[in-house]
Design a binder for this molecule. Structure first.
Ligand SMILES: C[S@@+](CC[C@H](N)C(=O)[O-])C[C@H]1O[C@@H](n2cnc3c(N)ncnc32)[C@H](O)[C@@H]1O
Ligand SMILES: Nc1c(NC[C@H](O)[C@H](O)[C@H](O)CO)[nH]c(=O)[nH]c1=O
Ligand SMILES: N[C@@H](Cc1ccc(O)cc1)C(=O)O
Ligand code: SF4
Length: 467
């Protein structure tokens, strides 16, 4: 996210030869009237709102305020004044990844992790037993959920049966190497899930891209893959790896990733075996407003088919330390105007998704609170550890305590509510009845999750060290 007071966007215009461009035959006024009336928006309506009118360049601030107001009103109608958050922990297993997404600096080339090399890398791999200890400790302290997303380590197989298939294959294109070749063996995906499934915690893991890695070289369906993961303890699936669900954009920013249709297929499969899912958009790089609106339509259609999406999470591209920026393909991330409009139009467009998340990792506290009056109603979670955005140059820290959450949400006149991952359990918090800590986690007893003395210290010191 870039700070930008001038009413312009950071969308690259005309630099990429895209088929989809933000042009429509409609008017902004017409789209706004439909949004206010609660009519279902078309892609062209979405484009008019995201651009504050396609007939001129840049953002019209007066029009922007009208879009934000409409979204805030819709939020109040759909979910009321409560702002939710979850007591959770990020426990990412490995940074080893060869997929090469140009927006990502989380990854380290997997060659660097092999015992045969002494190349240095700043990343990590955790054994299943290490993951278990990290999660166990956090559950004891009161967390409810563990979110785990990882690089596509070549040694990762879904389970022993998948490993046997990979070992027996003479195909050279499977991005597989046996664990014995690495300093640290991450085990199988199922072993990691089983390990993290400790003390009654909710396990939120296995993006469609990871599921793809977990079936490479087989003819297994995504239902089969998610079914096995569910049996190992998986409870819900993060809808990251979505980026922008338009293939001409994916070809530029993540040519090594699965395509739009396959991402949707994997999500539908997860839903069909009974897993809840989230959905995301990672925006503010090479894509334009037409791509953003097309993405929203694909998510709305997915929700029509599944009803399984619990929340939509806009992820503003953090550009500073990424190949896209370093190679001069983009100059910056989205402007604040674009961020606000994206959140607002997500609320207005996704009329079948109840919750829109404001990510403090991406927007910071001040920006994140502002999003709660632009259509968002969820304020993410405590996470305790953050590697992806930090490595891309983000600077909003790795943890928020319940104390901070309650104070911030109360300060904007809304109601702080602790939630479960699926939002089915909710607990309203009385701001005056501190100290505040989680009560919904399997071992939560209201004790503050984060010792105030820890705040500001590296989260890896609290949540377990990297190897
Ligand atoms: C780092 S990947 C980890 C999981 C798995 N490797 C995958 O791609 O699905 C998780 C997500 O982080 C997000 N992400 C990565 N780099 C980012 C950046 N620089 N700014 C914003 N989001 C980013 C992307 O949306 C990506 O899908
Ligand atoms: N758990 C959530 C996170 N976690 C942080 C991510 O791991 C990651 O660093 C980043 O957001 C990837 O783009 N972030 C959220 O925005 N929302 C969550 O619920
Ligand atoms: N918790 C959110 C957001 C998230 C975003 C990025 C991540 O890497 C992980 C999680 C999800 O389920 O999708
Ligand atoms: S986004 Fe995921 S798949 Fe792409 S390079 Fe980063 S870790 Fe690997």
């Amino acid at each position: 996210m870039a700070d930008d007071a001038a009413p312009r966007t950071n969308v690259p215009r005309g630099e990429f030869d895209f088929e989809h461009v933000p042009e429509t035959d409609l008017s902004f006024e017409n789209a706004l009237a439909k949004a206010r009336a609660g009519d279902r928006l078309t892609v062209d309506d979405g484009v008019e709102l995201l651009t504050t009118g396609t007939e001129r360049d840049g953002i019209d601030r007066r029009r922007k305020e009208l879009v934000l107001e409409a979204a805030d009103r819709r939020r109040a109608e759909v979910v009321g004044e409560e702002v939710t958050f979850v007591a959770n922990l990020n426990n990412n297993v490995t940074t080893a990844c060869n997929t090469g997404c140009l927006f990502c600096n989380f990854k380290d080339r997997s060659e660097q992790f092999r015992s045969a090399t002494d190349e240095a890398h700043g990343g990590f791999t955790k054994r299943p037993a290490e993951s278990r200890e990290i999660v166990r400790e956090a559950v004891d302290r009161g967390i409810y959920e563990v979110t785990s997303v990882s690089g596509l380590h070549p040694a990762f197989a879904l389970d022993d049966e998948h490993r046997a298939i990979l070992e027996a294959s003479d195909r050279g294109d499977l991005n597989y190497r046996p664990p014995e070749e690495y300093d640290v063996d991450p085990g199988t995906y199922c072993e990691q899930i089983e390990a993290m499934s400790v003390g009654g915690v909710h396990v939120h893991s296995m993006t469609p891209e990871e599921a793809y890695h977990g079936r490479r070289g087989t003819d297994w369906s995504y239902e089969e893959v998610y079914g096995r993961l569910q049996a190992a303890g998986l409870d819900s699936v993060p809808g990251t790896a979505a980026e922008i669900l338009v293939d001409e954009v994916r070809e530029v920013i993540c040519p090594g990733k699965i395509g739009t249709d396959e991402w949707l297929e994997a999500m539908e499969a997860a839903a069909s075996v009974g897993l809840d899912v989230t959905a995301t958009i990672m925006y503010g790089h090479v894509e334009n407003e037409m791509h953003r609106a097309l993405h929203l339509q694909r998510i709305r259609e997915l929700q029509e088919r599944t009803g399984a999406i619990t929340e939509f999470v806009p992820l503003s591209f953090v550009h500073r330390e990424t190949p896209l920026y370093e190679e001069g393909m983009v100059d910056a991330g989205a402007t604040t105007d674009e961020d606000e409009l994206l959140v607002a139009v997500s609320r207005l467009f996704l009329d079948n998704v109840e919750h829109i998340q404001s990510s403090w990792v991406k927007y910071g506290d001040e920006g994140g609170l502002k999003m709660l009056s632009c259509g968002a109603d969820d304020f993410m979670g405590t996470i305790l550890s953050e590697e992806i955005t930090k490595r891309a140059g983000g600077a909003y820290g790795e943890v928020r305590s319940f104390e901070e959450y309650v104070e911030m949400i109360d300060a904007i006149g809304r109601v702080p509510v602790e939630r479960s991952t699926d939002y089915r359990q909710r607990r309203r918090i009385d701001p005056d009845a501190g100290p505040h800590g989680p009560e919904l986690g399997p071992k939560a007893d209201g004790t503050p999750l984060v010792d105030p003395e820890w705040l500001g210290e590296p989260a890896s010191d609290q949540a377990g060290a990297d190897d």
